[in-house]
Design a protein around this ligand. Structure first.
Ligand code: FA5
Length: 357
């Protein structure tokens, strides 16, 4: 059993190791569990005299410790240099631009709701929401549109056959999908005392034939201001400020008489056409197609809250007055962006939506 020759060979071999697989072979040759040269020495210790066993055993264990240490060091340095050479040879160019991620963005209608709410917030209105499933009372009766009132025909309504529940579901007061955001006025005034200054955006439903300017599901934003001394001048000032901010221009606005049962007097607000600037025709003399050569674009309905509505929610029309308005959000965005077909908003076609990034 020649420990000296094992040591001499091992120390020479270890210097020649160049790769991790050389190292593995080295480990098998000297320390392998079955055939390792040093293992075999250690295995025969049992046959020796106690004196030899002690002496050779000690030397063999020392040699094993030495070889294990050499193997560990070699392994570390091999791993390090293989990492270094991998880094050196790799073709990674950190100065190249990365693969960019596609960024999502809000739907144009969601963006417009945020923007319009923000404009009204800047003049003291708070944004609130109401439910899309409403009672006939809140959607019509409380808004001064009693049963059999002809104005009900203007809103083709989806009635719901839902079980009776507190507030709705009876024959006189069925559930429905709200046809406008005006019932939020009723809910709010029933819940709080004046003064009130809110806008209420949301989805509304009408059983209408869908075409380029009519959807069966669309969005409106309602506005309501109630206090002891609100006048038509407040309505005009607030809506003019809104229109000029939203359309980013100093275009004129005008108010025409308009009929809504829940306001008196009622009005429709138009904004000067921003394609022809009110001239009715374009620079080349052709009639303006955006405003159909009228010079004006219809924007919204508004008016002073009808005394009957105030009474219906328990307010005293001798004490408080107020104004309300309602606008279609799709139509606002269509007007501002020159979009011809309302159905584009509902189709989720990325070619259309990505233009609003
Ligand atoms: C109303 O719904 C009233 N609640 C508005 C109002 C509120 C007036 C408060 C006075 C005071 P109207 O039915 O006109 O009014 O609808 C308001 C707006 O919704 C319209 O000007 C239009 O922009 C939009 N709109 C109406 N029907 C559709 C439809 N089918 N598709 C898309 N937009 C529509």
């Amino acid at each position: 059993m020649d420990l000296t020759s094992i040591e001499r060979d091992a120390l020479a071999d270890v210097e020649r190791i160049g790769t991790l697989s050389d190292l593995e072979a080295f480990q098998t040759t000297y320390l392998g569990r079955k055939e390792g040269r040093l293992t075999q020495v250690l295995r025969t210790l049992g046959n020796l005299s106690p004196e030899e066993k002690k002496q050779i055993g000690q030397a063999a264990n020392q040699l094993r410790a030495l070889l294990e240490e050499k193997i560990a060091r070699k392994k570390q340095s091999l791993e390090q240099s293989s990492l270094l050479s991998a880094l050196e040879s790799s073709k990674l160019d950190t100065s190249l631009p990365g693969t960019s991620l596609t960024r999502g963005h809000s739907h144009p209608i969601a963006g417009a709701i945020r923007e319009i709410s923000h404009i009204f917030r800047s003049i003291g209105f708070e944004a609130v929401e109401g439910p899309e499933i409403e009672t006939d009372f809140n959607n019509f009766t409380a808004l001064n549109i009693p049963q059999h009132h002809p104005a009900r025909d203007l809103h083709d309504t989806f009635y719901l056959n839902l079980a009776s529940e507190k507030g709705g579901g009876s024959q006189e007061n069925p559930w429905l999908l709200r046809t406008h955001t005006s019932p939020v006025q009723i809910r709010l005034m029933q819940a709080v005392k004046p003064p009130v200054r809110i806008v209420a955006p949301g989805r509304v439903y009408r059983h209408e034939a869908v075409d380029a300017t009519h959807a069966a599901v669309f969005h409106q934003i309602e506005g309501l201001a109630i206090d002891t001394d609100i006048t038509f001048a407040d309505l005009k000032g607030s809506l003019k400020y809104f229109a000029q901010t939203f359309f980013q221009s100093d275009l004129q606005v005008r108010f025409r008489p308009g009929y809504f049962p829940f306001v008196e007097p009622g009005a429709e607000m138009d904004v000067q056409c921003f394609l022809c600037h009110g001239a009715k025709h374009l620079k080349d003399g052709t009639p303006c197609r955006l405003c159909k050569a009228t010079g004006w674009i219809e924007l919204l309905g508004a008016g002073m809250v009808h005394p009957n509505v105030l009474r219906n929610v328990g307010y005293d029309p001798a004490q408080v007055t107020g104004f309300a308005f309602g606008m279609g959000i799709e139509r606002m965005v269509m007007t501002r962006m020159g979009i011809r077909d309302i159905r584009l908003f509902l189709e989720s076609d990325l070619r259309f939506l990505e233009q609003f990034a």
